[in-house]
Ligand binder design. Structure first.
Ligand code: ZN
Length: 197
């Protein structure tokens, strides 16, 4: 999917300076021994967690599609993902389940997992992440029907505010026959449930 790629400015030194400011603001001493390497580590970790901005998820599906022998529902569960919520820059993470009615094309587990990761490694909200994964798979696989369900725990809910550790949020996006046909949709969601590996 063509998405705006944010300018990576300021540079790494600017990011490290910002992290030192945060550390001091939190009440610690950025110059103490244990924290001296932290700004560089934070910058590298955030670069990795936002690497999806430099990926083209659609390209991940554009090669090497296998011809589908079956035209029956394919369900893949337990695809783990990690993302950062755009409201608090705190992680949310969990499992994706994908169901689709193939129409000529199949994608293996690793391809599906890479598509989910490419969208997850950006600043996200869970609902948009679900829709973006569905849109990429819909375009890349052109299935007759598609359903994507994400089950996630958000650390901004678990660690702060009303603190609800262990909660989970489920979001679903559907396309084609799995959006239009209520009984097909129900069967797919039943098979996708229990997305935990
Ligand atoms: Zn949040």
């Amino acid at each position: 999917m063509a998405m705006a790629t944010p300018e990576r400015s300021p540079d790494q030194a600017g990011v490290e300076e910002a992290v030192r400011t945060l550390l001091a603001w939190m009440g610690d001493d950025p110059e103490r021994k244990g924290l001296r390497g932290t700004p560089g580590r934070v910058a590298r970790a955030l670069a990795e967690l936002s690497s999806g901005y430099r990926d083209d998820p659609a390209a991940l599906l554009s090669v090497d599609l296998e011809e589908a022998v079956e035209r029956q529902l394919v369900v893949v569960r337990g695809i783990t993902f990690h993302s950062l919520c755009e409201h608090h820059l705190l992680p949310f993470f969990g499992w994706a389940a994908i169901a689709y009615l193939p129409d000529g094309h199949l994608a293996g587990l690793s391809k599906l997992a890479r598509v989910v990761a490419a969208h997850a490694r950006r600043l996200q909200v869970q609902e948009r992440l679900t829709e973006e994964v569905a849109a990429t798979l819909d375009r890349g696989l052109r299935p007759r029907g598609l359903a994507v369900a994400l089950t996630a725990e958000h650390l901004c809910l678990s660690m702060r505010g009303a603190a609800r550790p262990g909660h989970s949020t489920v979001t679903v996006a559907t396309r084609g026959e799995l959006a239009k046909d209520p009984s097909a949709r129900e069967e797919a969601l039943r098979l996708m449930a229990g997305a935990r590996p």
